[in-house]
Design a protein around this ligand. Sequence first.
Ligand code: PDD
Length: 281
Amino acid sequence: MITYFNGTFVPKDDVRVSPDDRGFLFGDGVYEVARTYGGKLFALDRHLARLRYSLDQLRIRGTDVDRLGDVCRELLRQNDLGSRDAVVYLQVTRGAAPRTHAFPSPAVGPTVYGYAAPITPKFDPGKGVAAITVPDTRWARCDIKSVSLVANCLANQQAAEAGVFEAIFVRDGVALEGSHTSFFAVIGGEVRTVPLTNYVLPGITRGVVLELCRSNGIPAKEAPIFAHQLNQAEELFLAGTTTEVLAAVQLDGRAVAGGRPGPITSRLRELFCTFSSGPAE
Ligand code: PDD
């Protein structure tokens, strides 16, 4: 695999990350996951805008984010992924410097890493997946796509040990999002997802789903999904770069929508697949 590391394209095995890297020592960095459909990058501009936001919020300077679009395309080219469905991963950390909690002084350049790999979904969208709810133990800046993902890893591991696909974080009685997906409910015929706050990632797929609802006359609103409403929801679904639109047909062991993807979820999945295979980059 050919990867991108600090300005050059190199075989993955030749990448040398310093043990002083602040991504390694502190989780002091940010990332993006984008994907391609038929070789075309989907919503790249939105991913790069979110990367810019994450970098800005953490005050990680010195990355030419505009250039990273070309880096993504070159990764796809060099790995022969020009016509396959793939994921592209980008990560930027504050760089390598002797360990101090405060930012390095003088400042050091960021560490920038990227790879592209074929994607093989680990679920059957026609069947949907099961999920559990878990308490949200994450920090209060989940709007930043930080590589500090240990709480997400623990939650996802709990899901894996329960034999389900995803863990949905619940904070103060509100179901916010999954360990690696945005979360939606259909309540009273209306699609609902929580408003954007510091407690959720502004998911790219989430945004597209809301736009698809609007342009196709599907009622939708951004409003809290209270945990006590979950068993009244007609449908539940997940949305994310690697999951697309995916029905959650079981939550905490209880069947949702009769244990099958519901009509609104199925329609949105269809609309999403049509949209993502379209001409937009
Ligand atoms: N995860 N919420 C969280 C906590 C996420 O980590 C993700 C994405 C999403 C969905 O966002 P988007 O639609 O922009 O992919 C929501 C990526 C795919 C990951 O960590 O692998």
